[in-house]
Structure formats: C-alpha cells, structure tokens
Design a protein around this ligand. Structure first.
Ligand code: 5AD
Ligand code: SF4
Length: 447
C-alpha cells in the first residue's frame, strides 16, 4: 500500500525513473526526500517497487508517447502486484494534467514540478481510491516544504535550484509553458541550503535554473543578481567549487563576467547555448541576439577568464533553416571552439509558435545533425587533448570503473579517472593528465 500504514514498517520501496535535464535529476531527489519520512526507500528497479514515479521531460522528442509506452510496460507489473502505485511527474505531467488519467487507466496520480511536497498527501488519497492530480502553478513557495533532515545523503557535488521557469519564449521551447514564469528563490534560503549541504560534506555546488543567469533573488529589501549570489556563496568555508547552469546570452551581465575573473571558487566552465549561427534563424527563434552579439560576448568572457571551457546547445533543421543558414552554425562552432556541446534536431512541440510553421524534411535534419556533431566532436577532442600534460585539481566524486580507481571532475567539468583509494572521495587532488579520451581523461596523482 502506498500510505505507509501497511506493507511492513519502513520497508516501502520507491522507484523514480528520471528523464531529461539536471533539474529533473534534482527533482527526483526531492521526491525521494519528500517520501522518505513515510518510510520509502529507493528501489533500483520498478519490479519490486510499491510506488513508481516517472519523472518526465517534455523538451524534445515525443515525450508523452514515450511515457505512455513505459506505462504500458508498468501495467503488466501492476497486474501482478495489486496495490502498486504508478505516478507521472515532471513536465509531461504539468503539460497534460488530468488528461493522462483518461488515456492511461493504470496511472494513479499526476504531479507537476510545483507540487512534489504534496506527494505524501497524494499517496494517502490514492490509498483511499482517488486518482489525484496536482499540476497547477501555486503561488506559495514550494521550496519551503522539504524537511531539511529528510534529504538524501549527498555526494561531494550537489545541485541547488536557485531559479525556475523562463520568460524568454524561444519559438521552439515548451519551458515557459510547462515550468511557468521565471521565479528566483530568496538569497537567505539558498545560503542556508548551501550551508547545510556543505555541513554534510558537499564541496561543489551547481546552481540550477532554466535561465539561471537571470537570477534576481530577494535579499532583505533589495535584490541580488547571480554574480552577487556567487560571491556570497564563495564566502562559505568548506565550499570549494561553484558552477551554474543554464545561461542565456542576453542575461550575461558584466558583473557576472567579472566574477569569472575574480572569484576563484567559480569554475571555468560555462554552458551558454546559442542554438544557431544564422541571424535569420535566430530571429525566427525569437532569441533576441545575433551571432555577432554572441561572439562578442564570448570574447568578453574569455578576456575575463582566458581558459574558460564553453559549452552550448544547438538546434538544426529549425523551420526555414536553409543550407546557408546551417553553414553559419558551422562557422560559429569553428569561431568559438567549444569544449562540449549538445545538439538536437528540431522537434515541433505542440503549442509553441514554431510547431505550426513549414518544417525542414527529416532527412535534411538528420544530415545536418551528423555534420554538426562531427564538427563539435572534433572541437571537444581538441579541448580534451589540450589538457594532456597539465596538472588539474580534481574533485573526487566516486569509485572508478576499475578496482583501485577513483573518478572525479576537473575544473572544466571533464570526467577524470586515476589510481586512488575510495578514501579520497570528497577531496580535491592534483592530477597530471596523461591521456585524453572523447569523454574522459586518465591521469595520475601529482604530488
Ligand atoms: N527541438 C529541439 N531541441 C530543443 N531544445 C529545446 N526545445 C527544443 C525543440 N523543440 C533544446 C535547446 C535547449 C535544450 C535544453 O534543448 O537547444 O537549449
Ligand atoms: Fe526555452 Fe531556454 Fe529559450 Fe527559455 S531561454 S524559452 S528555457 S530555450
């Protein structure tokens, strides 16, 4: 049963399946934390879980279809285990709401990202035979509801949400509809949460937000931007590294660029999506910046922090994109020299302006994506290779794949593995990089 009253004291099992972005990874932890006081423990697989939550992502692909086919699979499990609860969370839940209940009778509850703190009450309603739906945007601060000591134990690197939602309305994107308007958390709450994380052994915090550099949190009677927040966090003893993601080029203010030059704890890595290199396409995307604006911004950031690793997001085959437009994207990739990037074929999202426009043929999209990814892979390989021979401080996060190895991250967010004991987990170790792969580096302790 789901309400914690039966099934053996404290032996209830929860399986959360996470799709999509880091925000969802963090949200899945919050769901587990909200249910921990009821005695729910994490289960690795759905097979032996009392409650299965699908934490869905709506940003690309045919997300809703994937969710329904996963529910089809879970239905078979549920038939064998009456009392198993199936819940849909995340952005698909937010977008589809109660309609999901009609389409899939196996679903017991639907919960949007603003309502995870209500999960215990929702499970109690399921136990009474209801099928609750919570997919509105409430005015209250949902961040308030999580009991501090109910949170899971943290690895040395943690995420901390500082901002949610987006007011930008890029013509391809569902985020402003599914996550709602841009909201920033108050400074004091973030600092308190960061201090609690550090007290539990966290050394690196990544500040999360769909539009994180638009952060403007209440600070007493005033407002603080992301640069100010970073400086306040940097003053916390024991916190060694700060990162933030994802940023919009138009919100990259001078004070934040200056922080990259002045705040040693702010890591030299920046995810700064541009989406496309053609001004015509950027205009059609409602990005409100040109390729030249972006390149000039990159120059200013590099002037502040010359070694910064830049990462981006790209969309190919946006409605109206010609071969010449696509070439402009390749040119921009060449000019920036990305350390890392994500790239996608445009996928029409119902309800967004671009979905109704004439589409680029699928074969064209696939061809452009392959060419772009080849270019990005070469750029990433060059960045990886350039670190060989250098000694980089690595925050050790976990045991490595091989026995006797540990794995962690360089300041540039590269995965690094080297020979070492698990006792090193949580420390920052100087590592000489001896070999570069596409996705990770091999090194040895440099003492
Ligand atoms: N089609 C393809 N890619 C998309 N993204 C967002 N919406 C879409 C879409 N409809 C990509 C953007 C964004 C990243 C998180 O996902 O590149 O930056
Ligand atoms: Fe979506 Fe990012 Fe554009 Fe906001 S800024 S609409 S989250 S792509």
């Amino acid at each position: 049963m789901a309400d914690g009253s039966t099934g053996g004291a404290g032996r209830l099992r929860l399986h959360v399946k996470t799709y999509g972005c880091q925000m969802n990874v963090y949200d899945s932890e919050r769901m587990a934390a909200a249910l921990a006081p009821l005695g729910y423990e994490s289960a690795d697989a759905a097979d032996d879980a009392d409650v299965v939550l699908l934490n869905t992502c709506h940003i690309r692909e045919k997300a809703a279809e994937k969710v329904y086919s996963e529910i089809g699979r879970l239905k078979a499990l549920k038939a064998a285990r009456p009392g198993m609860v199936i819940g849909v969370a995340g952005c698909v839940a937010q977008a589809e709401g109660a309609e999901m209940l009609d389409r899939a009778p196996a679903i017991d509850l639907v919960v949007g990202p603003q309502a995870y703190h209500r999960l215990p009450a929702m499970l109690a309603r399921v136990a009474r035979g209801e099928r609750p739906v919570e997919a509105d945007f409430p005015a209250e601060d949902k961040f308030d509801h999580l009991p501090e000591d109910a949170r899971p134990r943290r690895a040395p690197a943690a995420f901390l949400t500082v901002q949610e939602g987006c007011d930008k309305f890029c013509a391809f994107c569902v985020v402003p509809y599914t996550r709602g308007a841009e909201v920033s958390r108050p400074v004091a709450r973030i600092l308190a949460e960061a201090e609690a994380l550090v007290a539990r052994g966290v050394r690196e915090i990544t500040l999360l937000g769909q539009n994180v550099n638009a952060y403007h949190g209440a600070d007493g009677g005033r407002e603080l931007g992301l640069a100010g927040l970073v400086r306040r966090l940097a003053a916390i003893d024991g916190l060694e590294r700060i990162r933030y993601t994802t940023s919009h080029p138009n919100d990259m203010r001078d004070d934040l660029i200056a922080a990259h030059a002045e705040v040693a704890k702010l890591m030299p890595y920046l995810h700064l999506p541009v989406q496309a290199g053609s001004d015509r396409v950027l205009r059609a995307m409602n990005r409100k910046h040109t390729a030249e604006d972006y390149l000039r911004l990159v120059e200013r950031i590099r002037a502040a922090r010359p070694d910064i690793a830049l990462s981006g997001d790209f969309i190919v085959g946006f409605p109206g994109e010609t071969e010449a437009d696509f070439q402009a994207t390749l040119d921009l990739v060449g000019a920036v020299g990305y350390a890392h990037a994500y790239s996608f074929k445009y996928s029409p999202r119902p309800g967004t302006p671009a979905a109704a426009r004439a589409q680029v043929p699928e074969a064209e999209k696939a061809d452009r994506l392959a060419r772009l990814q080849a270019r990005l892979a070469a750029s990433q390989a060059a960045f990886q290779a350039a670190t060989v021979g250098r000694v980089l401080p690595v925050l050790v996060e976990k045991p490595g794949r091989m026995p006797g190895q540990v794995a962690g991250r360089s300041p540039y967010l590269q995965a690094v593995h080297f020979a070492g004991e698990p006792a090193l987990i949580g420390s920052i170790v100087p590592v000489r990089i001896v070999e570069a792969g596409n996705n990770s580096l091999a090194g040895e302790v440099a003492l």
